[in-house]
Write a protein that binds this ligand. Structure first.
Ligand SMILES: Cc1ncc(COP(=O)(O)O)c(C=O)c1O
Length: 372
């Protein structure tokens, strides 16, 4: 089956009790068990597992081609759960353009967890190899990256990671399983902020990890989720599941609009750079063509001039809302350096666009008037 069909049909079986086609939401936090709790049924307590979250996890595992998936309360909870389960003393190599909160999490908490961190440009395999240490146990990639849309080759990183005895984790939030299949390319774990394209409507927060194998790491992360409690609640799970059903056509439209917007921006005198893997000028265009099924709906661009000029352009946009996050039906713009704070490495004239589902010509007209 093709991925578009999997997105519609995975874990979409009709409800056995009622025949309902749309899945039920099981809100119950507790499930009846024998008096001595000796022979537990499938469910015991919602924090351990619940039927709606299970449905979502089955669908996510199918979409990413994994052995199992775990849903979380947010993308950050998913990232934290994985990193917390690395053996103390491990060294982690992380992409230098990793989403700023994941980077901050590593910089703030790794010392307490007895983990070592090196940030490296993962678009360059030689730099990755040179940064390895004998205790490197995890390569944390993000492709395309947020906000510079840098691409790392998952196949190349998997080879490096495995030769070093490390796992490769890929945050594929921007790509979704429809555009990038990291496990098929050799990654061990995929991470998604399901808040974004998978849910698609800017109305639910969630995260997920999909594991190539139900191995020791997967079991440990599942156990830690039980104890630390960062589970997805049933309604959130249901909303993400609903989003998955329309992911393929939404992404197709997002991507078509983003391509049109990127081409417009590239030809505009008021723009000094456009970062979009769909453009021939993108430095890792070959990786996009080799590993991705499409460039996606996210792009960023640098306004010619000063930081103040970039903020002025953002403030003049009418259809693009100045708001954080991405992957919803609506177009958003953000001056990332302002949001990331004083230590942000993001260029000061960079604006990130989450290109929505409006008509491309209206979006281009909006950018045209804002750029003046
Ligand atoms: C690439 C990427 N990874 C992870 C996250 C964190 O996800 P969440 O906000 O759902 O915790 C984000 C959020 O913007 C993101 O863009």
């Amino acid at each position: 089956m093709r991925l578009e069909t999997v997105a519609v049909h995975a874990a979409a079986e009709v409800d056995r009790e009622t025949g309902a086609v749309a899945p039920p939401i099981h809100l119950s936090t507790t499930f009846e068990h024998p008096a001595d709790a000796g022979a537990p049924s499938a469910y015991l307590y919602a924090r351990y597992a619940n039927p709606t979250q299970d449905r979502l996890e089955t669908a996510l595992a199918a979409l990413d081609g994994g052995a199992c998936a775990l849903a979380f309360a947010s993308g950050m909870a998913a990232a934290t759960a994985l990193l917390q389960n690395l053996a103390p003393g491990s060294h982690v190599l992380m992409a230098d353009d990793t989403y700023f909160a994941v980077r901050k999490l590593a910089q703030t908490w790794f010392a307490r967890w007895n983990l070592e961190l090196t940030l490296v440009d993962m678009t360059d395999a030689d730099q990755v190899r040179a940064a390895l240490r004998p205790n490197t146990r995890c390569l944390w990639a993000e492709t395309p990256s947020n906000p510079l849309l840098k691409l790392s080759s998952v196949a190349a990183l998997a080879e490096i990671a495995h030769a070093a005895g490390a796992v490769l984790v890929v945050d594929a939030t921007f790509a979704t399983p429809l555009l990038l299949q990291p496990l098929a390319l050799g990654a061990d774990v995929v991470m998604h902020s399901t808040t974004k394209y998978l849910a698609g409507h800017s109305d639910v927060t969630g995260g997920a990890l999909i594991f190539a194998r139900e191995d020791e790491l997967a079991v440990a992360v599942r156990e830690s989720r039980k104890l630390l409690g960062a589970v997805a609640n049933p309604f959130a799970s249901w909303l993400v599941l609903r989003g998955l059903r329309t992911l393929a056509p939404r992404l197709d439209w997002h991507q078509r609009n983003a391509t049109a917007v990127a081409q417009f921006l590239q030809g505009h005198a008021g723009v000094s750079a456009v970062h979009y893997p769909g453009l021939d000028s993108h430095p890792q265009r070959a990786t996009a063509l080799a590993e991705m099924r499409g460039p996606g709906g996210m792009l960023s661009f640098e306004v010619a001039g000063t930081r103040a000029r970039a903020i002025e352009v953002a403030s003049r946009l009418r259809l693009f809302i100045n708001a954080t996050s991405l992957g919803g039906y609506e177009s958003l713009v953000e001056h990332r350096q302002s949001v990331e704070g004083p230590t942000s490495p993001t260029p000061e004239t960079l604006l990130r666009l989450s290109v929505g589902l409006e008509h491309a010509e209206d979006l281009i007209a909006d950018l045209e008037q804002a750029l003046g």
